[in-house]
Design a protein around this ligand. Structure first.
Ligand code: PMP
Length: 391
């Protein structure tokens, strides 16, 4: 078997840069060697630039996005705390389940799939009850919907409620100004717009979140993600001292170092703008093909993925055909609708050529299974969108 040259265009894991992958094949250092300590410390500092959180405390541990969600919930929430979950799909539901497991009294505000709960509804909930925290999914990967993180963070602050944002499908792909917006926790994982293979759970906690943790009266219910254990370790790495609680995924940190260099050399504004540009090209293609997106309004459609209904007469069996045409995309995930739509991830260093290849493969596959789509119309629309943006 040779190298698989099919493009991986799912909403994570994404296509990783060869340099990032190569970094992982280095000999594994001791996790307390001076070189590794310096490298890890530098990654932690640079994450503050990616999250726009100069006053944030980064935590980077082995795990996935769910681990990061667990770290936030476990450390912030105590049994009996009232917590508001703003749900826009599958991962909002996950937040609710996870918080309940940590003893929270969870209230959920949600919208029909493809929409976001109106800010008024969220505000009414915040007025009704004294919540300790509000958990929001920045981009719900099941619907491709982006919540208005800035407005929600400010609303939470105005009501004296901690705000926690799940940025697993958003961080480094969607604008997020953690400190300027006064969001207390922004969490993510490595395998999406951060461009590092799966295995890193990343949480950025600002002072109010840490203060809420310090004021706890119950121990954190999860030993493996307890800030009591991790805070001294993260501080030690930044201060250049050896320390140990649980072995860090050394080779993934090498990869993170390379990927952060790419992201910060390009600059956050440029990275965000590039994601928006790629998203607009995909959205132009869907329109030209007569395909409807799950997000009910263009302004709430994520820049990091597209969730698109199948055309008449097409079902999830077309995914295998799209893969045969050279591109791997994902099926639906929202429990109510999952058979009716597919998802295309467009995070990380997606090239214009990747956009055209993806739309082209989808067009050919739809045609092959008998759908009435205008062959070439999506590619042309994407091409025009990409070219216009270059002018
Ligand atoms: N939140 C969101 C928004 C996600 O997209 C995902 C993963 N698709 C997760 C949480 C969970 O992350 P993981 O699969 O890495 O545990």
């Amino acid at each position: 078997m040779g190298t698989d040259r099919r493009l991986l265009m799912i909403p994570g894991p994404i296509e990783f840069e060869p340099d990032v992958l190569n970094a992982m094949s280095r000999k594994t250092d001791s996790h307390v060697s001076p070189d590794f300590i310096a490298l890890f410390g530098s990654c932690l500092r640079r994450l503050r630039d990616v999250f726009r959180a100069p006053d944030g405390q980064p935590f980077v541990v082995a795990g996935s996005g769910t681990t990061a969600m667990e770290m936030a919930a476990a450390n912030v929430v105590e049994p009996g705390d009232a917590v508001l979950v703003v749900s826009t799909g599958y991962f909002g539901e996950r937040n609710a389940r996870l918080l309940a497991r940590h003893g929270a009294e969870v209230e959920v505000v949600e919208a029909p799939p493809g929409d976001v709960p109106p800010l008024d509804t969220v505000e009414a909930a915040l007025k009704r009850r004294a919540f300790k925290a509000m958990f929001v999914t920045h981009v719900d990967t099941s619907t491709g919907v982006r919540a208005d993180a800035e407005a929600l963070a400010k609303l939470a602050r105005a009501h004296g409620v901690l705000s926690v944002f799940d940025g697993v499908c958003a961080t480094a792909g969607e604008v997020f100004e953690q400190t300027a917006w006064d969001a207390d926790i922004y969490l993510t994982a490595s395998q999406k717009a951060l461009g590092v293979p799966p295995g890193l759970a990343i949480v950025m906690a600002r002072p109010r979140a840490l203060e809420a943790w310090r004021q706890r009266t119950h121990p954190v219910r999860s030993y493996a993600v307890d800030w009591e254990e991790w805070l001294p370790i993260m501080e030690a790495y930044e201060e250049g001292r050896p320390s140990y609680f649980a072995t860090p995924p050394v080779n993934l940190i090498y990869a993170l170092d390379v990927s952060l260099r790419y992201i910060l050399e390009e600059g956050m504004e440029a990275v965000w703008a590039r994601h928006a540009r790629v998203a607009r090209a995909f959205q132009a293609a869907w329109r030209a093909l007569g395909l409807r997106m799950l997000p009910v309004r263009p302004e709430i459609a994520a820049h990091t993925l597209s969730a698109v209904y199948y055309p008449e007469g097409v079902d999830a069996s077309v995914l295998a055909r799209i893969a045969e045409e050279g591109v791997i995309v994902a099926g639906g995930l929202h429990p109510q609708l999952k058979a009716q739509y597919f998802r295309v991830g467009h995070m990380g260093r997606v090239r214009p050529a990747d956009v055209l290849a993806t739309v082209g493969a989808i067009e050919r596959a739809f045609r092959a299974v008998g759908a009435d789509v205008p062959l070439g119309a999506g590619v042309q629309a994407a091409q025009i969108a990409l070219a216009e943006e270059l002018q």
